[in-house]
Write a protein that binds this ligand. Structure first.
Ligand SMILES: *Cc1c(COP(=O)(O)O)cnc(C)c1O
Ligand SMILES: [Zn+2]
Length: 486
């Protein structure tokens, strides 16, 4: 192995990248922003034509390099671009935008949670990214590429647009505000279908926030119309640069487990299906370069209220499978509440490759109920985690997979908490306060509720002198908790 690893200098290797259409196979140069194939409307992947050159470096050398970079203070290599050669090796050091994304921790579930669920699990807390969701991984790459284009073309005005279930807009607005100058961020949200925290984020970042009555799928159509007909930069996961950045999630899991993921089961919520696409693509790259010798198994998870991908794979015979969009109904996994996932062709593409190497069952999709998602979140967070509802969906998915005999307790289920708990506390509170509208189909279990208890009547604060008020309040607490004297 090389003893002269330079973990701090920006790499000299450059690849040659092209858009490849998954519909018709046509290829297009990357000096233009393209989202869908001008020929057939298909979705793109980005391919490095010089990927083969990377095979001249051994798997061991790549592992050593990536491990060494984990300690670098060069911010261009510190976040997702620690894996520069595998992500977008056409960018220059000055293009790279780093806001602290990536390197999110994997936290093992305590024994108590494992006993309750019957699965051995750990959460990867992607809510610990700067805008509190995994979307930052994709935005770091998409905005770095945008900076590259701005620099090369001397653009003086760029309007970035996205439709969002909340987190895409939070991330896009944050990264756009960091570049500033020529970049102005516009986000389009389904009115009333994002949490107050998610709405506050793009507002706080100074984005133009536009609301469309309807669901995400309606917003996506609006944004597609804009991207097809006007000069705007689209930041939805149709934008293949985002997929590249999100592959870092897979690279980080492999690195965390010392490049051995043979007995790992990766659970991912599926909404627009960009994330699950990226995670499969990422592991496949590591496998091609012999950085890992075995693939993990991938489990997509969907709610029964938004489950088109589950329905597709539920048909046993691959020749009989037919993709059909579904009409979504309200879901606590709101960030994944999508009936017509844009990246479905990408999922099919990578799932085939995953199964070709990993065998049948290397990629599967499980379905869970809204009740299970909500209780998954609450249970996780009562056991030291900081899971969002989509993280709860993953725990519910792993529990379900355990019950179905699809995973065993000797395997580790790595659960994607795609966002931070705090973005989705409103659902937690709806559960605790028993105020879910019936369409959610969530019936709170009163034993799982947790509500604040007033200790003393407010009028006592006016009636009593301050010391006595404190003692009276403390005495009420003593009685309530049954405290014993020292
Ligand atoms: C976007 C998002 C998802 C869904 O990811 P897709 O790539 O659209 O499948 C899940 N959870 C959270 C928190 C998200 O923000
Ligand atoms: Zn095409």
């Amino acid at each position: 192995m090389s003893t002269t690893i330079d973990a701090n200098s920006f790499p000299v290797y450059r690849g040659r990248m092209e858009y490849v259409c998954l519909g018709c196979g046509k290829r297009f140069p990357i000096d233009e922003l393209l989202y869908t194939c001008p020929e057939c409307g298909g979705v793109f992947l980005l391919e490095n034509l010089d990927f083969e050159q990377l095979k001249k470096t051994s798997g061991a050398e790549w592992r050593a390099l990536f491990d060494a970079r984990a300690g670098t203070k060069n911010t261009a290599l510190r976040g997702i671009f620690r894996f520069y050669e595998l992500i977008a090796p056409v960018l220059e050091e000055e293009d790279i935008l780093y806001l602290g994304e990536g390197n999110t921790p994997i936290v093992k579930s305590p024994a108590n949670l494992q006993q309750t669920t019957g699965v051995t699990a750990a959460f990867k807390n992607d809510g610990q990214n700067p805008s509190a969701s995994f979307k930052d991984r994709g935005m770091a790459c998409a905005f770095s590429y945008l900076q590259h284009l701005i620099r090369k073309n001397h653009w003086d005005q760029v309007l970035t647009v996205c439709a969002s279930t909340g987190d895409t807009s939070a991330a896009a607005a944050l990264y756009a505000s960091a570049i500033g100058g020529p970049v102005q961020s516009v986000v389009i949200l389904p009115q009333g279908k994002v949490t107050p925290q998610q709405l506050a984020q793009p507002l706080g970042s100074g984005a133009t926030v536009l609301e469309v009555p309807g669901v995400f799928d309606d917003c996506m159509k609006v944004v597609e119309h804009l991207a097809d007909n006007y000069r705007v930069a689209l930041l939805n996961s149709k934008n293949a640069w985002r997929i590249l950045g999100q592959e870092s999630y897979a690279f980080e899991i492999a690195q965390w487990f010392d490049w051995d993921v043979a007995d790992k089961c990766i659970f991912v919520p599926i909404g627009n299906a960009g994330n699950v696409t990226a995670i499969m693509a990422g592991f496949l790259k590591l496998h091609q370069l012999e950085i890992i010798s075995d693939l993990p198994r991938i489990f997509g998870v969907q709610s029964h209220h938004a489950d088109p991908v589950f329905r597709y794979y539920a048909v046993e015979d691959p020749t009989e499978r037919l993709f059909e969009p579904v009409q979504v109904t309200p879901s606590v996994a709101q960030a994944a509440m999508i009936g017509n996932p844009v990246s479905f062709p990408r999922v099919r593409h990578f799932a085939e490759r995953f199964e070709a190497i990993g065998g049948p069952g290397a990629f599967q999709v499980v379905q869970v109920t809204e009740q299970q998602i909500m209780e998954g979140m609450i249970l996780a967070n009562r056991n030291g985690h900081i899971a969002c509802t989509q993280g709860g969906e993953c725990l519910a998915g792993a529990t379900r997979a355990g019950k179905l005999g699809l995973i065993s307790p000797s395997e580790l289920a790595v659960l994607d908490s795609t966002a931070h708990q705090l973005k989705f506390v409103d659902f937690q509170n709806m559960y605790f306060q028993d105020r879910f509208p019936p369409e959610f189909e969530v019936t709170p279990n009163p034993e799982m509720a947790n509500l604040p208890t007033p200790v003393i009547d407010a009028s006592e604060r006016d009636r009593l002198p301050p010391e006595e008020y404190a003692v009276a309040a403390a005495t009420n607490i003593v009685n309530r908790l049954g405290l014993e004297k020292k």
